[in-house]
Design a protein around this ligand. Structure first.
Ligand code: ZN
Ligand code: ZN
Length: 394
């Protein structure tokens, strides 16, 4: 449950949304197994959904995380492979001398997908993909051999300055810088002559005639999930970033009807899909985003309702012969409206496992549970409980 962890909420009389929620299924799972607290990546660290999901799946972000570019691109629905170069991008307005007039093209109040599509092309043996996001935001991904992320931004980061050239920061990045500058000059000519911008100019709006790039990152080359664990893995999520991370690990990404990544997502469809997927896959991760979204909105009552609806959807897994873990990726306290480094409640229930004395699943009751675990160890812990691990040593 994304952003599950919370702090005492004013609107819930000092309870956390999980404490306040009617959650008989989660409490039952906690009573049957082990519960406790999990920190995301390392003690007290505030993490994003990208780094915390990598960690939960056992890939240490401190070693493998290469910056936001690739993960933001995945967040917009682009599928990336190890070695792909990715940028965060802005549609912006520049004058004929290349001076940035508005870094956000007037906060671009219309869908720029038709622009993005026309900027997708092949050039010098590389494949360029652009995807439009909310307002002026976009991502650029470059696929091919010999790419480097040791290059500078083109975004001057303030209006009134000239769009920068891509510069190589070392000799190995010369090819990347050269081909990007060539691509961006093509981009400018396409954008300047695009009917989308003619319509904007006619309406007196700022044209989106420049694509500013920043935060170059090479997508990490990660050992496939199945190789790392000797288990097949599947992913059920509404949000593209989690699907993108799982796809990067070679996991099977299942599309589920009604899985929207919002507070209204169809949780029962997701759990039904997970149960079905368990027939062919050894491990299934299910992400629900509504808890995090309600946390960012500061809506503790809504977060409580999302948890209750998810608890009610858990019915089909309650009597399965399976190792079940419920936790979050990081905390998103409602009264804080942002991610925090507070540890998360976690429960792990497995047939034949030990039980501890904790009977309730929430941040405070879990303090009495037996687990104190970092997110990077959770999958290994589940793997040994389900008898799927290998002995370390003789
Ligand atoms: Zn998250
Ligand atoms: Zn969040």
């Amino acid at each position: 449950m994304d952003g599950l962890g919370d702090r005492p909420c004013r609107d819930l009389g000092g309870l956390t949304p999980l404490q306040a929620a009617y959650r008989p299924n989660m409490n039952s799972l906690a009573g049957r197994g082990l519960s406790g607290l999990m920190y995301s990546v390392s003690q007290g660290m505030t993490t994003g959904s990208d780094t915390s999901h990598l960690s939960l799946l056992g890939y240490d972000p401190v070693r493998f995380y290469s910056g936001r570019g690739p993960f933001e691109a995945m967040g917009l629905g682009l599928r990336l492979s190890g070695g792909d170069l990715a940028f965060r991008a802005n549609f912006a307005t520049a004058d004929s001398n290349g001076i940035v007039k508005d870094r956000r093209a007037g906060r671009l109040d219309e869908d720029a997908s038709e622009l993005a599509e026309d900027l997708c092309m092949e050039m010098d043996g590389l494949v360029f993909q652009v995807k439009a996001g909310v307002e002026h935001r976009a991502a650029l991904v470059v696929k091919g051999e010999g790419l480097s992320d040791h290059i500078s931004d083109t975004d001057p980061h303030i209006s009134g300055e000239k769009v920068k050239e891509v510069r190589a920061l070392d000799s190995e990045a010369l090819f990347t810088a050269e081909v990007l500058n060539k691509y961006l000059s093509e981009v400018r000519s396409i954008l300047n002559g695009h009917p989308f911008n003619s319509r904007r100019r006619e309406k007196g709006k700022l044209p989106a005639n420049e694509l500013l790039l920043r935060g170059a990152g090479l997508t990490p080359r990660l050992q496939p999930f199945s190789e790392k664990y000797g288990l097949s893995g599947s992913c059920i999520a509404g949000i593209p970033m989690v699907k993108g991370i799982c796809a990067l690990l070679g996991m099977n990404v299942v599309e589920v009807e009604g899985a929207t990544g919002t507070v209204n997502s169809n949780f029962r469809n997701k759990i039904d899909a997970a149960v079905k997927e368990m027939k062919k896959s050894s491990f299934v991760i299910v992400n629900i985003k509504g808890t995090d979204a309600a946390g960012h909105d500061g809506d503790a009552v809504l977060k409580k309702k999302v948890i209750e609806r998810f608890d009610a959807a858990l019915g089909p897994i309650m009597d399965m012969e399976a190792t079940v873990c419920i936790t979050g990726d990081h905390s998103t306290p409602c009264d804080f409206r942002e991610h925090s480094g507070d540890p998360l409640p976690i429960l792990i229930s497995s047939p034949g496992s030990r039980r501890d004395t904790s009977q309730f699943f929430d941040e405070i009751s879990c303090m009495k549970g037996s687990l104190r675990i970092g997110s990077g160890d959770v999958l290994q812990y589940m793997r040994q409980l389900s008898g799927n691990d290998e002995k370390y040593g003789a």
